[in-house]
Design a protein around this ligand. Structure first.
Ligand code: NI
Length: 180
């Protein structure tokens, strides 16, 4: 199976709100498989369709790469229906090169979504799973974690990225444990 190529900031597709999936069929299942393989290969704890240039509301996540697949979630049209508390987590993103930052999010969320076999499911999450769910659903709304940090920090990152691009340094991948 071919891996999909991951788009990075400032690719405009990352800013676009994704559209709800209306038909769950074989071609969607194939796409979701590719998304999963691309996430594991990256590696990342989660991946949203817009990150591979596809504006549909689909996310995949697996917060346990030690036993790959056990906690794998493939969610179609996910939405947060309840959110409580607050947690600060150092986030990174496969679409944001060479940058991590602390982001405050809800500590617990309840997410409703549809599965590939067309079942409505609910996912109750806290800790890292709650963080990754919110991060990936943000991608569906055209939002990156750098949109949730202070403007000063975001501007510093923009400048650093521009410099890296100018110096041709962006192909150096720095492994990071928490890219979502
Ligand atoms: Ni991300």
């Amino acid at each position: 199976m071919a891996l999909l190529s991951i788009r990075t900031f400032p690719d405009p597709v990352l800013k676009r709100a994704a559209q709800p999936v209306e038909n769950i069929d074989g071609s969607l299942a194939n796409f979701v498989d590719s998304l999963v393989q691309t996430m594991y290969a990256a590696p990342g704890l989660g991946l949203a369709a817009p990150q591979v240039g596809d504006s549909r509301r689909v996310i995949v996540l697996d917060v346990d790469h030690e036993s790959q697949g056990k906690r794998l979630l493939r969610l179609i049209n996910p939405r947060i229906v309840e959110a409580q508390g607050s947690i600060v987590w150092q986030e990174g993103c496969l679409s944001v090169r060479d940058f991590n930052a602390d982001v405050r999010r809800a500590a617990r969320v309840l997410v409703k979504a549809v599965t590939l076999d067309q079942r409505e499911i609910e996912v109750e999450a806290d800790d890292v799973l709650a963080v990754v769910l919110q991060h990936e659903i943000d991608h569906l709304d055209g939002k990156l974690f750098i949109d949730r940090i202070s403007r000063i920090k975001r501007e510093l990152y923009r400048k650093r990225l521009a410099k890296m691009i100018k110096e041709g340094k962006t192909d150096e991948e720095r492994p990071s444990p928490a890219r979502l």
